[in-house]
Design a protein around this ligand. Structure first.
Ligand code: NDP
Length: 260
């Protein structure tokens, strides 16, 4: 099946590890050129050069903090140098751990900047590049927590809900420009970060049981997804095969969502 991605430029924030890296690899496997942005520029560059040699595409890694306006400008300029973006994957993000009673304004602001303002600023800079190409795709990696909150991360839950609404309203704004905008809400995805945290909590001997306990509590399939299982969805939504899909949110959560 030809997904029509050959030669497109895909910008993936947080593309140096985890779900973002799996998306970058999935798109590169379909012939897309890749721009990876992460704070850690060395890791982004190393992964980009591995992707370039594995898949025979152009791939560039840059150091940029997308929680800042300057970091977003760096991404927009790099995409322009590579000929302009066709696909933007807003994936950079991270969980939180706090109570509303105790979390500071600064913490709320940081997550707002990372999960929402990055998407706003990158849309402002990259949508014009897509328009110049006659169309494009913007995808947001939110979370099941955008609609089904976890008790220990109110800031994460709230900012991911805002990202979902941003995605919907951006979709409405650019629908006439042949730009499709959607959100994916993953459930549990086994990234190196989950493994690291589980090892810290339960030790080398106990971390697998700890992770299984988390999956059992979620229910549904009672297992974590691999990053690739989420990436396949992003690759499909990036492609022409999803040409009638815009303004939607898709759950990829192994049945964890408790509502219809
Ligand atoms: P990881 O922690 O594995 O990777 C996060 C990526 O984002 C890294 O490349 C990191 O690189 C980058 N990043 C983090 N902060 C910034 C920043 N300020 N500017 C630029 N890049 C940044 O995350 P996951 O793969 O687990 O998660 C990816 C997305 O998926 C997140 O938005 C997360 O909320 C969402 N998600 C994850 C789930 C899961 O179970 N794993 C479930 C549901 C949603 P660096 O540190 O070098 O900046």
């Amino acid at each position: 099946m030809d997904l029509g991605l050959k030669g497109k430029l895909a910008v993936i924030t947080g593309g140096s590890v985890g779900i973002g890296l799996a998306i970058a690899e999935g798109l590169a496997a379909e012939g897309a050129n890749i721009l990876i942005a992460a704070r850690g520029g060395d890791r982004a560059k190393a992964e980009a050069s591995r992707i370039a040699s594995s898949f025979g595409v152009t791939a560039r890694g840059i150091g940029a903090d997308v929680a800042t306006a300057a970091g977003c400008d760096t991404v927009i300029a790099a995409a322009s140098e590579l000929g302009g973006a066709d696909i933007l994957i807003n994936n950079a993000g991270t969980g939180s751990n706090e109570t509303i009673a105790e979390a500071s304004d600064e913490k709320w602001q940081y997550y707002w900047d990372l999960h929402v303002m990055a998407a706003v600023r990158l849309a402002r800079g990259l949508v014009p590049q897509m328009k110049a190409h006659g169309g494009g795709v913007v995808l947001h990696n939110a979370s099941i927590c955008a609609v089904q909150p976890l008790w220990y991360e109110p800031i994460y839950n709230t900012t991911k809900t805002a990202l979902m609404m941003f995605s919907k309203t951006l979709a409405n704004e650019v629908v006439g420009d042949n730009i499709r905008v959607n959100t994916v809400n993953p459930g549990l995805v086994l990234t190196p970060d989950w493994v690291k945290t589980a090892k810290q909590l339960a030790g080398e001997d106990g971390y697998k049981a700890h992770l299984q306990g988390v999956a059992d509590e979620a229910g549904g399939m009672k297992r974590f997804a691999s990053p690739e299982e989420i990436a396949h969805f992003f690759v499909f939504l990036s492609s022409n095969k999803a040409s009638y899909s815009t303004g939607s949110t898709y759950f990829v959560d192994g049945g964890w969502l408790k509502t219809i």
